[in-house]
Write a protein that binds this ligand. Sequence first.
Ligand SMILES: NC(=O)c1ccc[n+]([C@@H]2O[C@H](COP(=O)([O-])OP(=O)(O)OC[C@H]3O[C@@H](n4cnc5c(N)ncnc54)[C@H](OP(=O)(O)O)[C@@H]3O)[C@@H](O)[C@H]2O)c1
Length: 323
Amino acid sequence: MVSVVELRHLGESGLVVSSVGLGCNNLGRPGTAAESLAGSRALVEAALEAGVTFFDVADVYGAPRGRSEELLGLALAGKREKAVIATKFGLDMQGSNGPDFGARGSRRYVRRAAEASLRRLDTDWIDLYQVHRPDPRTPLAETLSALDDLVRDGLVRYTGVCNLAAWQIADVSWTAQTERVGPVVSTQNHYSLLERETEREVVPACHRFAVSLLPYFPLANGLLTGKYARDTPPPEGSRLAGRHRLLADAPWTRIEKLRAFADERDITMTTLAIGWLASRPTVGSVIAGATTAEQVTANAKAPTWRPTPDDLAAIDEICPPRR
Ligand SMILES: NC(=O)c1ccc[n+]([C@@H]2O[C@H](COP(=O)([O-])OP(=O)(O)OC[C@H]3O[C@@H](n4cnc5c(N)ncnc54)[C@H](OP(=O)(O)O)[C@@H]3O)[C@@H](O)[C@H]2O)c1
C-alpha cells in the first residue's frame, strides 16, 4: 500500500512522527481483539503497512501494568527500526518499577522506570519518554536533569510531558533552558471535537514554546466514530458497552450534527474527528486508539480529508471553541 500518512517534526526537534499515530492502551485490553499477542500484532502490522510509524504507550497500560509495553515490544520484534516508540512514566505502577517512595519524578525513580520500560519493550532505546503526570514533590529541575541523563546515555532520544496546564508548559520550557537540558518536544492533552478547552491556553503555550501537541482521546472513547447513537444499545464488545453513564451523558445533539456534517461531505465520523485534529495548529500526531486492523487502516487515511475554511466555520458552529 502507498502510504498517505504525512510525517511531521515534534517541536523544533529532529524527531519525525506520522501525523496519525497508534495509541496503544488497548494492547492487552481484556475482552477486545487486541487482548492477545496475535491481535496486538495485527494492529501494529496494519499501522506500519499504512505508514503509521508512531506508537504511543505507557508503563501503566495493560493488566497487569506493563502488559501493553510487553505486547508492543513483541509485536515490533525485528521491526524496531521502522517504529518511533513513545512511552510514559509517573503514574502508580504499584511496585512493578520498584518502590517509588511517592516521588515518581525523582532522579532515582526516573532511571528505574526507564530501565523497566526498556526491558518490557525489549528495546535499547525509547524515542520519546514522557512524564505522564507532574510530580508535585520533586523539583522540576531534578526530573528534567534525570531525563537529560537518559538522553546522554543513549537510552532515550527525546522527552515530552502530559496533562500540563499552560503555565506548566512555560515552566518546563524555561526550566529546561535555564538548566541547559534538552527541550521538551511534546505534550499530551485531552483534545477532540467534543473537548476544546485545550485550545484556550495550552495551544497558545505550545505555539510560543515550540512544543507539539499530541491530542489524546481524539475519538472521545469512540463517541466520535459513528458507532453509538442516542437511546440505542452500544455494539457488543465495544469500549462503551457497559459504560452507561458515559453514553447517557454524551452530548448527543452535537454528535448528531457532526454526523450530518460528515454525511453531507461523504466522509466518516472518524475521518472528521481525526482529520480536523490533524489540521489544528501545533498538533504533531493524532494518537488514536484502535482494537482492530481495519480501524487502524481507516484512521490512517483520515488526514487525507482537509477541512476548508468553510468547513472549519461550520464545525465551530456545532462545537464552539471555548473563549
Ligand atoms: N497522556 C495521557 O494521560 C493519556 C490519557 C489517555 C489516553 N492516552 C493515549 O491516547 C490514545 C488514544 O486514546 P484512547 O485510545 O483511550 O481513546 P480514543 O482514541 O478516543 O478511542 C479509541 C477507541 O475508538 C474506537 N475506534 C477507533 N478507531 C475506530 C474506527 N475506525 N471505527 C470504529 N471505532 C474506532 C475503538 O473502540 P472499540 O474498543 O470499541 O473498538 C478504540 O478503542 C491512547 O491509546 C493512549 O496512547 C494518553
